[in-house]
Design a protein around this ligand. Structure first.
Ligand code: GAP
Length: 445
């Protein structure tokens, strides 16, 4: 019991830190919120962009066989008919006969019993999770569209455009980062299960004879990406998804699970989607989506390997992994042990005292020089130095540079320089001004 309380406390502490420091707010907060939606503030955006950029660097810019796309969220309804989402993208729903509350049937603590009032729940129905809307002024069957529940289909329907414009040879992939929407019956656990979220997905097209090689390649790449964002590898686990539990399009799926404070849960997925999607779209649109292999003189529909990452879920894993409480100098403190790769700010620069113009001026000069080379650098002269350190610890800034009287009054080699404080140990070392930029760049760039 104590353990589960601790876990709830940790999540509450993280959600509260996120709000207090401007990472993440409840969506539509001043109107009482909208369940399953979250708004990112300045530090949350910075953290999210850093994760996105690492992903793009590893999977797109760092390779020769990947093409970026950014497809529209709204698509022709036939896309979702062909992909199987209109008929099959649903969760099992039950309604309490007494209080009328609705639940996911597979998440009831006690089968058949309402967790809110103890009443008997009715028969299970399938609830389609796509948000439906109408495009244009007429609201009838023909104007139905959906907010996409996965970014993947935007890549399948552009397969021919990429073939015709980029002329790639197999194997090659399309990569996309963008919003996805699911009308989850029970959004929960902060960013973990939201109704609006972002995905980072790859559809990697291969000759069916060689799918295993690419599958294994992306299995390793997925783990390497998790190391890029600084996740503790011992909290990441691979789960071979059994026959019958996989999505309708997949012949093999590995879920990467993570030890969140609320349990071991899916973080990202890797699926072998075969030729399911291209075949469906080819048949449904009557557009040929086959590929001609110059070497073997064969024409076939390529098969697809799909590494799929939830960006917000990845960010939540990073936050929960980084959240630490310890004692420093006899005081309890909270800090985010974020990798410099993802920390919103890599460096913070302070004058020791805010009411000494000579210190402030010099600190600003040094700040500007660092910021030119390390853009994610911030200046802070609010409150006393102790408060500034606490604030920077809480937002995960790895290094704080303080300009004090020695910086001004003494000259090297006897004095001068600034102090650089390490977030994790709280230790400070004196670094000469001439060496400062190289010192910091070595640690954070
Ligand atoms: N294109 C394949 C696909 O969408 P998925 O397993 O349904 O597969 C991929 O979703 C990833 O998207 C998940 O591993 C998770 O990281 C993220 N995701 C899915 N539903 C989510 C939700 N309701 N809230 C936040 N992230 C979600």
């Amino acid at each position: 019991m104590a353990e589960s309380n601790d876990k709830t406390d940790v999540m509450e502490a993280i959600i509260s830190l996120c709000k207090r420091r401007g990472f993440i707010f409840q969506g539509s907060e001043i109107y009482g919120g909208l369940a399953g939606t979250w708004d990112y503030g300045p530090l949350g955006v910075a953290l999210k962009n850093n994760i996105k950029n690492l992903w793009w660097r590893r999977f797109v810019d760092g390779r020769h066989d990947m093409f970026g796309v950014d497809a529209a969220i709204l698509m022709n309804q036939n896309v979702w008919k062909a992909s199987g989402h209109v008929s099959g993208f649903s969760d099992p729903l039950v309604e309490c006969s007494k209080c009328k509350h609705r639940f996911r049937a597979d998440q009831l603590a006690e089968a058949g019993k309402c967790p809110d009032c103890g009443g008997k729940v009715g028969e299970q129905k399938q609830f389609n999770m796509m948000f439906q809307t109408h495009v244009g002024a007429v609201q009838d069957e023909s104007s139905i569209s959906y907010l996409r529940p996965e970014t993947a289909q935007g890549m399948f329907v552009n397969f021919k455009n990429i073939l015709d414009t980029q002329h790639p040879r197999l194997p090659f992939g399309l990569a996309q980062i963008g919003k996805a929407f699911r009308n989850e019956i029970a959004p929960r656990d902060f960013l973990f299960r939201a109704r609006e979220f972002e995905q980072m997905e790859i559809e990697y097209f291969v000759n069916p004879k060689e799918w295993e090689k690419s599958f294994e390649h992306f299995q390793q790449e997925s783990k390497d990406f998790m190391a890029d964002v600084g996740l503790d590898g011992s909290k990441v686990h691979e789960l071979e998804v059994a026959d019958g539990d996989r999505a309708h399009y997949s012949k093999r799926t590995i879920d990467f699970e993570f030890d969140f404070p609320f349990g071991r849960k899916e973080l990202s997925g890797l699926a072998y989607r075969t030729d399911f999607d291209l075949k469906q779209h080819s048949e449904s649109s009557k557009v040929d989506l086959s590929y001609y292999d110059e070497e073997s003189k064969e024409r076939f529909i390529p098969h697809c390997i799909e590494p799929s990452f939830g960006l917000d879920r990845m960010l939540l894993a990073v936050l929960t992994d980084a959240y630490k409480e310890d004692d420093l100098g006899g005081e309890k403190r909270t800090y985010l042990k974020l990798s410099p790769n993802v920390a919103p700010y890599k460096v913070a620069v302070f004058p020791l005292l805010r009411n000494k113009p000579v210190l402030v001026e010099r600190a600003q000069q040094i700040f500007k020089a660092i910021k030119k080379e390390i853009p994610a650098t911030t200046f802070d002269d609010n409150g006393n130095i102790g408060k500034r350190y606490r604030r920077q610890d809480e937002i995960g800034t790895p290094f704080c540079v303080t300009i004090d009287f020695d910086t001004i009054e003494k000259n090297p080699p006897a004095g001068g320089g600034v102090t650089v404080r390490d977030r994790d140990t709280g230790k400070q070392e004196r670094v000469g001004e001439a060496e400062l930029l190289d010192f910091l760049k070595q640690k954070v760039v």
